[in-house]
Design a protein around this ligand. Sequence first.
Ligand code: HEC
Length: 173
Amino acid sequence: MAAHKKPGQWNKETIIIVGLMCVVFLWTLNRVELENKPQEETADKIEKTQDEAKQVVEKALVPLATGKEPIDKIFVQSGCAACHMIPGIRVAKDREGPKLELGTNARRRLADPNYHGNAKTEWEYVQESILNPGAYIVQGYPDRVMPRWYGQKLTAGALDKIITYLLKIEEVP
Ligand code: HEC
């Protein structure tokens, strides 16, 4: 029995020692991993944040149209045609916004007693409608649907072309 017991004890000791070595080994491994991991994660995070910032900055800075495009392209690229029916622009369908007939309507808006914007001329009215849509809400249409950021997204050239085009559109009775 004793002869059997000894190897048994010896085995237990071996198991404990091996077990301890394993624990120490795993602990060391864990330490090494911990030391490397945060740096990797931080680097990843910084890269991600930079990517996101880049996207935001790029999106905000790139104009929707340079103004050199043909007028129909400007209307489509700027999204106007998605909400407005614009006579002469093939894809423009009537959706959320009023039909754009500013050759007739700019005058009417300025004469409306409900008009409290800053425009004095028809040109200014159209410009204001695009850059500050909240200045006057066309009756029967919702406020805050037309984007408010066109001032940052349209070049002066594109804006001029848009206004010139829109002021030429008379209402067809
Ligand atoms: C998401 C939909 C939407 C988009 C995109 C949009 N608009 Fe509008 N727009 C509206 C709505 C709704 C109104 C009416 C409410 C108001 O007066 O703000 C309006 C009003 C206007 C008016 C005044 C019309 C009038 O008869 O007095 C003009 C001009 C105009 N938009 C031009 C544009 C131009 C140019 C673009 C593109 C650069 C554009 N809109 C993009 C929804 C939109």
